[in-house]
Ligand binder design. Structure first.
Ligand SMILES: NC(=O)c1ccc[n+]([C@@H]2O[C@H](COP(=O)([O-])OP(=O)(O)OC[C@H]3O[C@@H](n4cnc5c(N)ncnc54)[C@H](O)[C@@H]3O)[C@@H](O)[C@H]2O)c1
Length: 266
């Protein structure tokens, strides 16, 4: 039996990065709890497959191809949302760029691009969703942060880490500005959740998996589906007194302050 406090029937969600990984899992989770969903990704074919899966659950789903680092495309996506659904109750701000560079070597243009994608463009999504939710008097926004939102990583993630630090502060500021008018804003901070990029890095660096696992007391890496419970919880009235929170989803990493689980940096 499912507790009705988690019921998302009649609500509309927009989730970015929904072709695969945590974005896909989040979109499917809120749909399983009753929401209709607009799913966005730069990978149009992949996000159409996610929409098909959601439709097979009996929910409404619309797939949109969108480069989530492009403000014009974000605005067009929200205009389409208005036409298709006419409201938004939940935003899952999942997609975001990353790069690996030493701070002494990174091109300023690369640094700017990553911080822009993670912070400025993500804020554009929050602003578009927030304006609509404030008018409705209710809504929930979840930004995907990182361990890097609150601790240094020390392994070449400099631009990503600075951007994710900003995501934490954006979450706190928006929550403080908006929660009195019904719009909650929270962040989920995942540790290493398996995805194709991480698998590739582990293949090329045989020590990486053991280094990361030393920082995860649960003793395993995350899987995309690990985000499902938090997604439903934060989208639903079950979390109505929870806002401005940075919630680790990290197998205990931050509790031991492992943070970056720094390996050799030279
Ligand atoms: N996997 C982890 O260990 C981890 C940890 C902390 C934070 N994060 C962050 O969580 C987010 C999702 O991670 P994941 O593991 O699910 O990734 P993933 O690589 O499995 O999936 C990312 C999805 O985002 C889409 N995407 C990439 N760039 C895009 C763009 N510009 N516009 C629209 N869509 C785009 C991809 O096509 C893909 O479908 C990322 O922002 C990542 O930085 C991941």
């Amino acid at each position: 039996m499912t507790h009705p406090i988690f019921d998302l029937s009649g609500r509309v969600a927009l989730v970015s990065g929904a072709a695969q990984g945590m974005g896909r899992a989040m979109a499917i989770a809120v749909a399983e709890a009753g929401a209709d969903v607009m799913v966005a990704d730069i990978n149009k074919e992949g996000v159409e497959a996610t929409a098909k899966h959601i439709q097979s659950l009996g929910r409404r789903a619309v797939a949109v191809g969108c480069d989530i680092t492009n403000v014009e495309q974000i605005r067009a996506m929200f205009a389409q949302l208005d036409q298709e659904f006419g409201r938004i109750d939940f935003l899952g701000n999942v997609a975001g760029p990353a790069t690996l560079n030493k701070p002494e070597e990174i091109a300023i243009e690369t640094f700017e691009k990553i911080v822009y994608g993670l912070l400025v463009a993500r804020f554009c999504c929050c602003q578009e969703a927030g304006r609509r939710m404030l008018q409705q008097g209710k809504g929930s926004i979840v930004n995907i942060g990182s361990l890097a939102s609150i601790t240094a990583l020390g392994r070449g993630n400099f631009a990503y880490s600075v951007g994710m630090g900003g995501v934490a502060q954006m979450t706190r500021e928006l929550s403080t500005e908006w929660s009195g008018r019904g719009v909650r804003v929270n962040a989920i901070l995942p540790a290493q959740v398996m995805n194709p990029g991480l698998e590739e890095r582990m293949r090329t660096d045989p020590n990486l998996a053991a280094t990361f696992l030393r920082g995860i007391p649960v003793g395993r890496f995350g899987q995309p589906d690990d985000i499902k419970g938090l997604s439903i919880f934060l989208a639903s009235d079950a979390s109505s007194f929870i806002t401005g929170a940075l919630i680790p989803m990290d197998g205990g990493n931050l509790a031991v302050n492992a943070g970056g689980t720094v390996g050799p940096t030279k």
